[in-house]
Design a protein around this ligand. Structure first.
Ligand SMILES: Cc1cc2nc3c(=O)[nH]c(=O)nc-3n(C[C@H](O)[C@H](O)[C@H](O)COP(=O)(O)OP(=O)(O)OC[C@H]3O[C@@H](n4cnc5c(N)ncnc54)[C@H](O)[C@@H]3O)c2cc1C
Length: 386
């Protein structure tokens, strides 16, 4: 086992950091107040080619692996920013590369790779289905050379900031299916052509995240914009889950490191009772503990990503990486807030903003209970709860 990280990863980190450094704390703080999308940041990251690391070179991308993609997102969060604004495009790449037709790939991937086209929205969650994705009710009905989509979804992020969106919809009624994981299909929707058939209601959530409730009103999608085959959409989505979990782990590790850095600085600098607060074990040990947990989660993130890039099965590692990293970043967030005392609650210190941002990842894109159920039931062979 070799724990020496390749020089190319350091170069990659330095490149992303250079872009992030031009967008300091006040940039993210102001956007948070306005609940505004980081347009300039996304543009800079896209133009630098950092959002196309996973796109093969033949389509104009970086031709790198998931390890590198997770490092890019980690660095954004470590810098004090929030990769949430851009991460969906990276998650979805696996689905497109593996399941989209060659024609779709040739049309869209080079535009995405150049930063000229945004694929930042992925519409799966529905109000009544929740975590049970196979229960979704939005329908896609074939009419000639088109599918017509109707229904509603909730928590669909970046619809108004994206040009394209992946949509999971039902093409066979649930009660007609023997295998309930069939009957759903995945579509690549061009949002620029569909605004009239799509109602978007922005939702205000606890952090700066452009999420929405959406309703489809006879939204027409060309039949050749189906990703994979009819009825196989859930399988295509599942294929993206390992990548998504590993990338989320990268973001959480970035957050965790940011919290540890800030906690250490504060604990060294803040003097109360004539000594730095970090000299007290009640302050120091929780920081050390949170640091150890971030480092441990990082190892399983790399194991998962390296297996993924080698084409090996990595479900257990990907799920464990997401679970451990999201818990570790949340612990680091609490420790950082405690270390700052009352100042942690002041917006100017950015701790409360990052605290709100990292909280999302124990719940979404998949809640940690479902990750534990996967580990318990699929990996350890315990009885099934659902
Ligand atoms: C800010 C934000 C952005 C989002 N962006 C997107 C997006 O872009 N696209 C998209 O499709 N979705 C998105 N989501 C949705 C997100 O993926 C879901 O909220 C998440 O998967 C949980 O589903 P739910 O909210 O319906 O919770 P529910 O399914 O109602 O579950 C609630 C809680 O019950 C528990 N639970 C449920 N079932 C079980 C079980 N079988 N065993 C044990 N515990 C269980 C879990 O702890 C869970 O946290 C977003 C959500 C948020 C908050």
């Amino acid at each position: 086992m070799d724990f020496q990280t390749p020089e190319s990863w350091d170069t990659l980190r330095a490149g992303v950091r250079e872009v992030c450094d031009t967008f300091g704390d006040s940039y993210w703080r102001e956007l948070d107040v306005e609940r505004a999308y980081p347009e300039e940041f996304v543009q800079a990251l896209g133009q630098g080619g950092w959002l196309s690391t996973l796109i093969p070179k033949e389509y104009g991308g970086g031709g790198l692996g998931l390890v590198e993609a997770s490092i890019v997102l980690e660095e954004v969060n470590r810098s004090g920013g929030n990769a949430n604004a851009v991460h969906a495009q990276v998650y979805m790449m696996g689905v497109l590369l593996r399941h989209a037709s060659e024609a779709l790939k040739r049309t869209y991937l080079p535009q995405i790779a150049s930063g000229g086209l945004r694929l930042q929205a992925f519409a799966v969650t529905e109000p009544d289905a929740g975590s049970e994705t196979t229960r979704i009710e939005t329908t896609a009905v074939r009419k000639g050379d088109k599918y017509v989509i109707n229904g509603s979804k909730i928590f669909i992020s970046r619809v108004l900031q994206s040009d394209m969106m992946l949509v999971l919809a039902r093409t066979t009624p649930y009660y007609e299916l023997e295998d309930k994981t069939r009957g759903l299909s995945l579509f690549l929707v061009d949002l620029r052509e569909s605004r009239g058939q799509l109602e978007v209601e922005p939702l205000r959530v606890m952090m700066n995240n452009q999420t929405n409730a959406i309703e489809f009103h006879d939204l027409e999608v060309p039949a050749d914009h189906m990703i994979g085959t009819e009825g196989n959409g859930f399988r295509c989505v599942i294929d993206s889950w390992n990548a998504e979990r590993i990338l989320i782990a990268g973001e959480c590790i970035g957050d965790g490191r940011w919290f540890i850095d800030r906690a250490v600085s504060r604990a060294n600098e803040r003097v109360v009772f004539d000594k730095p607060i970090g000299a007290n074990q009640g302050v120091q040990f929780p920081i050390a503990n949170a640091y150890a947990r971030i480092e441990a989660a990082d190892l399983i993130r790399y194991k998962a990503a390296i297996k993924f890039d080698a084409g090996e099965a990595c479900g257990p590692e990907a799920n464990m990486a997401k679970l451990l990293a999201s818990e570790a970043s949340w612990e680091a967030a609490n420790v950082c807030l405690d270390t700052h005392g009352g100042y942690g609650f002041l917006a100017d210190y950015d701790v409360e903003r990052k605290f709100r941002e990292t909280r999302l990842y124990t719940v979404a894109p998949v809640n940690n209970n479902l990750v534990l159920a996967y580990l318990g039931q699929r990996v350890l062979g315990l009885p099934r709860s659902y």
